[in-house]
Design a protein around this ligand. Structure first.
Ligand SMILES: [Zn+2]
Length: 319
């Protein structure tokens, strides 16, 4: 999105800043992760018909001990029963294929279709590769349909068959960062912990993630993948992307439709932007790529009106 222009650094390992005690930071991070995963699942599930890339999704959010910093890891292991690179279920959104299959938060995935996943070596540094490799094994099986998992729950090993559903084919990732930022890179959506925390409700989070998902729906990924400062200095690019009717305004419009289609309240978008603008000087004035918070709020009011007219008339919410 947004704010600082759909840009910013990517990190996949979960690290931490020395601010509060490790268990508190872990709890806050996990709570945000769960919220982001829940909203992302609903958006991806409800908008599969509009997404150019589709995947078979279980709807869960997975994490692993190896992904946490040395300081947070013992607490993550104790709280969730995590072990090495083995994927644990951090979030099982209501109504998701994972929930329907009977999976629960805290389950640890040991095997897929009878084949053991790799626990990996003990590492000091936080790393994502081991978990990513295990997720890839699971995703390959889900792509072919029903998948049998062996999970550890309260010390017992339980077989559970999960039947995935078509969903938008993008990973959503929460990046620990103080920057108020979100972005889309063509395959994934990223949102910073600061921005996810700024969204007070799931409806507000759906406005942000809807905007990012809209960049995928609108196939803006080429720009997002390469959109660095050099390109943003080009005035014709600015007009095409950030000006009236540009890519960002399109993403705001389509994003609000995506949120409404997933059952979120489109009325929160304009007040959210005004609150955001009032709290963050960078969005109070028009930026190179993104219009000012106030002009975005006004455009979003118009889109909200359009959506509500369609809802009242019982029409399909197609942007
Ligand atoms: Zn954007």
């Amino acid at each position: 999105m947004i704010l600082a222009g759909c840009g910013g650094p990517i990190s996949t390992a979960i690290t931490d800043a020395p601010r509060s005690a490790a268990p508190l930071r872990l709890a806050a991070l996990n709570a945000l992760d769960a919220r982001v995963a829940r909203v992302a699942f609903r958006l991806s599930d409800a908008n599969a018909a509009l997404c150019p890339a589709i995947r078979q999704s279980a709807g869960w959010a997975l994490h692993a001990a190896s992904q946490y910093s040395e300081e947070l890891r013992p607490y993550a292991q104790a709280r969730f029963g995590l072990d090495g690179d083995l994927p644990g279920l951090l979030t099982v959104p209501a109504g998701s294929p994972a929930a329907i299959a009977g999976l629960q938060e805290g389950d640890l995935v040991l095997a897929v279709n009878g084949r053991a996943l790799a626990r990996g070596p003990d590492r000091r540094e936080a790393a994502f590769e081991g978990l990513a490799a295990n997720i890839a094994v699971i995703d390959r099986s889900l792509a072919n349909g029903s998948t049998q998992l062996t999970v550890r729950r309260n010390g017992a090993e339980i077989p559970i068959t999960v039947t995935p559903r078509r969903a938008c084919g993008y990973e959503v990732q929460l990046n620990p960062s103080d920057e108020l930022n979100a972005r889309a890179d063509g395959r994934r959506l990223f949102i910073s912990t600061a921005l996810a925390g700024f969204a007070e409700t799931d409806d507000e989070l759906a406005v942000i993630l809807g905007h990012e998902l809209a960049h995928h729906v609108l196939r803006h990924r080429v720009w997002n993948e390469s959109g660095g400062a050099a390109r943003r200095e080009n005035e014709s690019v600015w007009r095409a992307e950030g000006g009236e009717g540009g890519a960002e305004q399109q993403a705001d419009r389509v994003g609000l439709y995506l949120a409404a289609r997933a059952g979120y309240d489109p009325a929160v978008a304009a007040p959210f932007w005004r609150r955001f603008g009032a709290s963050n000087w960078r969005v109070r004035f028009p930026q190179i790529v993104h219009a000012s918070a106030e002009s975005r709020a006004r455009s979003l009011e118009a889109v909200r009106h359009e959506i509500e007219l369609k809802q009242r008339a019982g029409e399909n919410l197609v942007p």
